[in-house]
Design a binder for this molecule. Structure first.
Ligand SMILES: Cc1cc2nc3c(=O)[nH]c(=O)nc-3n(C[C@H](O)[C@H](O)[C@H](O)COP(=O)(O)OP(=O)(O)OC[C@H]3O[C@@H](n4cnc5c(N)ncnc54)[C@H](O)[C@@H]3O)c2cc1C
Ligand SMILES: *[C@@H]1O[C@H](CO)[C@@H](O)[C@H](O)[C@H]1NC(C)=O
Ligand SMILES: *[C@@H]1O[C@H](CO)[C@@H](O)[C@H](O)[C@H]1NC(C)=O
Ligand SMILES: *[C@@H]1O[C@H](CO)[C@@H](O)[C@H](O)[C@H]1NC(C)=O
Ligand SMILES: *[C@@H]1O[C@H](CO)[C@@H](O)[C@H](O)[C@H]1NC(C)=O
Ligand SMILES: *[C@@H]1O[C@H](CO)[C@@H](O)[C@H](O)[C@H]1NC(C)=O
Length: 429
């Protein structure tokens, strides 16, 4: 199968060591299977933000025997989703618990989750052969038929399977969709931006707000909505940190260069949220720094696979963060790779591999595309112009999002119903 002895061969080459790539490395671990993860960055600094794992994704992760790596990261169980209006009055409290969805919704510091996944992917103490991660190895492109992956600095490797987990600006995506109806698809600005803030909880003063309405110590997610702006916030790392994501209409929609880590002046955030409760502005005013992140997503692609290559995570279905589903969908993708490639060995032909990757896509495509569409719907103004009526209904999508029992089970379910729901949502969007 190797196309030339001079090219280094691996059973699986994963491009990108984000949450999707690392989850895939863990999911694909098998005795004797060689897995290489190529990562562009030096992996010294991950985005500082909080991240949630939806009930089913957290259950998949629990099934990977990586609890020891996660436990020391002080994960928190998200016990409720609380929605407040612009005056700070509680509108809805949605209690979240294990009995409802068969698993907990977990809150992590993004760096911690990333770190735990990295440890589990490369550890000798996990089942199967450890994966190898090569940092500072940006991939330029690949040949989906031969499995050759071109790395900057002029070197190449070859994989029987290529997993494109290189995020929203994926290089592998360009190769996979070449010649398809999606050719040339890029990340598109959504008209929204987010200010991201992370503070150490014990640096915050006592807030002038009744604990019944809001408490920094409560293990819950709180959202405050005013017409076209919203703040989503909650604790992380065992309560040591408190994180806020403040959504606003994109102040600079045509700015091509905007990245997720541009810093923004505190004054700008406080002005944007002037109409919000004073105690929220009090938290914001203690931010050590503020990052401004232009939110982009992609339209559903017509294909995620070509030859030996498959796209997963944001590369396949980047979505708005309005449902906190990006990481969870990546983990569901990784579980699907595990389910369909578990009995694929070194003797498998290119045709066998292509068929399995297509099966992964069939299992995952409708659900991920629908959650992409839901995330856009959830991004519409959450309150009326005068802020008197809150329009957002968090319960609406929760059941669909969380009722997932793995790729193969999903396929068994009634596809017709899914297609109907997708068409209806697409029509509404
Ligand atoms: C601040 C922030 C907050 C978020 N909050 C939530 C949340 O609460 N809940 C949730 O579910 N999701 C959240 N998300 C989204 C979530 O992080 C992503 O959807 C999820 O991590 C899947 O990402 P990924 O691994 O596919 O891509 P990324 O995380 O973008 O990882 C891609 C990796 O590939 C590397 N790479 C890129 N190009 C190349 C190349 N050419 N060669 C080699 N390597 C390359 C990148 O350096 C990166 O390490 C958040 C995202 C951000 C940025
Ligand atoms: C993001 O920006 C902050 C402040 O400007 C900086 O301290 C941090 O290192 C940056 N993170 C990354 C991953 O570039
Ligand atoms: C869990 O959630 C369900 C449904 O919302 C609710 O009926 C039940 O009382 C909750 N259980 C606990 C222990 O909170
Ligand atoms: C409604 O909320 C928005 C924040 O998006 C604010 O700018 C506006 O002033 C508020 N309007 C009223 C009438 O309170
Ligand atoms: C989950 O999905 C199954 C199969 O489609 C359905 O029968 C069940 O009612 C759903 N459960 C919830 C809680 O939505
Ligand atoms: C997902 O949640 C459902 C309950 O809604 C549960 O039956 C199922 O086992 C869960 N799936 C996984 C993979 O954890």
């Amino acid at each position: 199968m190797a196309i030339g002895s001079e090219v280094e061969h691996w059973d699986v080459v994963i491009v990108g060591a984000g949450i999707a790539g690392l989850a895939a490395a863990i999911a694909l671990r098998q005795e004797g299977r060689s897995i290489l993860v190529l990562e562009k960055s030096s992996m010294n600094k991950e985005v500082g933000a909080l991240i949630s794992l939806q009930p089913n994704a957290s259950k998949i992760v629990n099934g990977w025997n990586m609890t020891p790596f996660l436990e020391e990261k002080k994960p928190m169980v998200d016990e409720a989703f609380r929605l407040l209006n612009i005056e700070g009055k509680l509108q809805v409290e949605m209690k979240l618990n294990t009995s409802q969805f068969g698993a907990d919704r977990m809150l992590y510091h993004r760096q911690d989750l990333h770190d735990a996944l990295r440890q589990a992917a490369t550890s000798d103490d996990m089942p199967g052969s450890p994966a190898v991660i090569r940092t500072s190895s940006g991939v330029l492109g690949c040949d989906c038929d031969t499995g050759v992956v071109h790395i900057s600095k002029g070197s190449s490797v070859q994989g029987d399977v290529i997993v494109g987990a290189d995020g929203i600006r994926s290089a592998i995506r360009d190769e996979v969709i070449k010649g398809s109806a999606s050719e040339g698809s890029k990340a598109i600005p959504t008209g929204l931006s987010a200010y991201r803030i992370l503070v150490e909880t014990d640096k915050l003063p006592k807030l002038d707000i009744s604990e019944d309405v809001f408490s920094l110590k409560r293990s819950a997610t709180t959202m405050i909505v005013g017409h076209d702006k919203r703040v989503i916030m909650g604790p992380g790392r065992g309560g040591e940190m408190f994180g806020l994501v403040c959504l606003v209409p994109d102040p600079n929609p045509n700015n091509e260069g905007t990245s997720w880590n541009n810093s923004a002046p505190l004054k700008e955030v406080l002005e944007a949220f002037a109409a919000f409760p004073a105690w929220v502005k009090e938290i914001i005013s203690h931010a050590p720094d503020v990052a401004l992140w232009q939110l982009r997503d992609i339209d559903p692609l017509t294909t995620w696979t070509k030859g030996r290559a498959i796209l997963i995570g944001d590369a396949a279905h980047a979505m708005l963060p309005t449902q906190g589903q990006g990481a969870s969908q990546s983990i569901e993708d990784a579980e699907a790779l595990q389910a369909y490639l578990s009995d694929i060995g070194k003797e498998a032909s290119g045709q066998d591999i292509q068929e399995r990757l297509e099966a992964v896509q069939r299992a995952r495509y409708d659900r991920a595309s629908l959650i992409q569409a839901y995330s856009r719907l959830q991004a519409k103004p959450a309150a009326s112009q005068d802020n008197k009526t809150v329009k957002l209904n968090p319960q609406e999508f929760m059941e669909y999002n969380c009722n997932y029992s793995g790729a193969k089970n999903w396929v068994e379910r009634n596809r017709e119903a899914e297609e109907m729901a997708y068409k209806q949502t697409a029509a509404r969007a």
